[in-house]
Design a protein around this ligand. Structure first.
Ligand code: SF4
Ligand code: SF4
Length: 71
C-alpha cells in the first residue's frame, strides 16, 4: 500500500506525536528543520492514526493514486 502524506507545516507545533503514532515508522523526524516528514510513504497502511493523533490537525493521508497502465 502507499499513501500521499502531507503536513501543513505552518500549523505543526513540533510535538512529535505523529512519530510515536505511526507504528510502522513511516513518519520520521527532520532534526534540522524540527519537523516531521514522510520517509516511507510506500509502507503506509492508511490507518490514519497519525492524522487522529496530531493535536494541530495538520496531517493529511490519502491513498496514492495508481498510475495508469501503459496504453
Ligand atoms: S496513516 Fe497510519 S501507517 Fe500511515 S503514516 Fe499515518 S500512522 Fe503511519
Ligand atoms: S503530531 Fe502534528 S503538530 Fe505534532 S509534530 Fe506531528 S505534524 Fe507536527
Amino acid at each position: 500500500m502507499a499513501a500521499n502524506i502531507t503536513f501543513d507545516l505552518d500549523l505543526c507545533n513540533s510535538c512529535k506525536t505523529c512519530i510515536d503514532a505511526c507504528f510502522i515508522d513511516v513518519i520520521r523526524w527532520d532534526d534540522k528543520k524540527e519537523q516531521p516528514f514522510a520517509a516511507y510513504p510506500e509502507d503506509c497502511v492508511l490507518c490514519l492514526g497519525c492524522e487522529e493523533a496530531c493535536p494541530a490537525q495538520c496531517i493529511e493521508v490519502v491513498p496514492a493514486t495508481v498510475s495508469a497502465a501503459p496504453q
